[in-house]
Design a protein around this ligand. Sequence first.
Ligand code: DC
Length: 227
Amino acid sequence: MSSLVVAIDGTAGSGKSSTSRAVADRLGLRYLDTGAMYRAVTVRMLREGVDVDDPDAVADRAASVDVRVTTDPADPRVFLNGDDVSVEVRSDLVTAAVSAVSAVPAVRELLRRRQRDLIGAGGIVIEGRDIGTVVAPDAGLKIYLTADAEIRARRRAAEMATGQNREVGAVEAALIRRDVHDSTRPTAPLSAASDSVPVDTTYATLDEVVDEIVGLALDRVGVGADG
Ligand code: DC
């Protein structure tokens, strides 16, 4: 188990973060949220007024961005040039801009290197869009999470802080827009690795999904679910 790499990819709002953190916690593994890293780079672009739809400007500025993360599933944090931006990365402005920033090859190359360093000798659950296909193609277990778009939007709307009342239809449209952007970009698009296990969370509870993935992980390392 100490060298296992579990790659969890999937669409926006499919439950990747809650699932991945819980799986890491149950298996005693580290946890890496690669989306938070792309979000931190996006914070930097927005702070500096870079036009995120100008790939050359984004690539140029990315060279001086230092993104660091901690990997404790109980309290994962992301730092941008030394500042803790764990809350800011979740803002609507960042969510709206992150797909454009993450499509820039120079940004992906920079973060991919850092992600591979963090994977190191393994013992980690890593979530994102291109983990099973590009970042960790040799991962011992690859999961591809999906859920019906309306259900994803309902869950996302319910999670949003009170006072941020959102119409489910608008949330659904934004999730679909991001999926289309993420899965049609030329570099490392969102796609299921051919050897991934598809897990549809539409009608499952978080506990059920976590149990399923933990069972698969134990099987992969040769430990039966009951022993
Ligand atoms: O998982 P998330 O919603 O925090 O991810 C934010 C964005 O970052 C997502 O829309 C696409 C990008 N991303 C990516 O391109 N590759 C990854 N491995 C993780 C995220």
